[in-house]
Design a protein around this ligand. Structure first.
Ligand code: DX5
Ligand code: ZN
Length: 235
């Protein structure tokens, strides 16, 4: 078992004295699936706290990634926090199974779910951390009714469905808007961003207020260990 220690360097002191930890969450969507175990071991040993698991159904998004059998394997293989991102229509159909398999966090898209409140409550009741995700075109105002129920807000910074896309710069304003809401009234809620994050836009995203950083290609393409260390150094 690998013990992950977060140093205080990896946090920012906020006004009012509270601290905000930053978390790196590599998305295995960009990994080499024939070498999946080995690549997860590299990111885990290099010190990442989260693993981001992108589940796609070919309906909510055009692509299909992988499902329960793959997730079950990954869960057994690693002790990292399993941050499951459901890009799936009616995600309420799967939360029970996912949490039984060992998901630590389950994030559902507001655009995909008919019963957002019940599903977030169910995730929590079943012992995992609920998250709510919004696509680039969905206004931030839509998540307000659910802020009390979530552990994390995920602001998509590309259209969901594929890795390796370019970061949508306009999303920075949404990140700032969500950060203001969190800081004002929900200081324990995390702010995750996902899509097109690379070393050259990391700083602006951290400055805008993101504190859970998902990144696929920028970690798994090239030298994985060096990539992780470079990210962690700047967080
Ligand atoms: C996109 C997924 C992302 C994706 C990120 O729909 O939700 O998690 O893997 O990949 P990069 O970092 O390559 O944009
Ligand atoms: Zn994702």
């Amino acid at each position: 078992m690998i013990i992950i220690q977060h140093s205080m360097k990896n946090s920012k002191r906020k006004k009012g004295g509270s601290t905000k930890m930053n978390y790196l969450a590599p998305s295995i969507l960009a990994a080499d699936f024939c070498e999946l175990g080995k690549e997860i071991e590299i990111v885990e040993k290099a010190g990442v706290p989260y693993l981001h698991i992108d589940i796609m159904d070919g309906m909510f998004v055009p692509s299909i990634s992988f499902g329960m059998p793959v997730f079950a394997c990954v869960r057994k293989y690693s002790n990292l926090f399993m941050d499951v991102h459901m890009m799936v229509e009616k995600p309420e159909r799967y939360v029970e199974e996912l949490i039984e398999l060992g998901a630590d966090g389950v994030t559902i898209h507001i655009e995909a779910c008919d019963c957002v409140e019940e599903t977030l409550e169910k995730i929590k009741e079943l012992g995992a951390k609920p998250g709510i995700a919004i696509n680039p075109n969905t206004p931030v105002s839509e998540i307000i009714p659910y802020m009390e129920l979530v552990d994390m807000v995920l602001v998509m910074t590309v259209q969901p469905g594929f890795g390796g896309q370019s970061f949508i710069v306009e999303c920075l304003d949404k990140i700032r808007e969500v950060r203001r809401i969190i800081d004002k009234s929900y200081p324990d809620v995390k702010l995750e961003i996902d899509g097109g994050v690379r070393l050259d836009n990391l700083e602006m995203n951290l400055e805008a207020g993101a504190n859970v950083i998902v990144t696929g290609s920028a970690i798994f393409k090239g030298d994985i260990e060096t990539n992780v260390k470079e990210f962690l150094k700047r967080m």
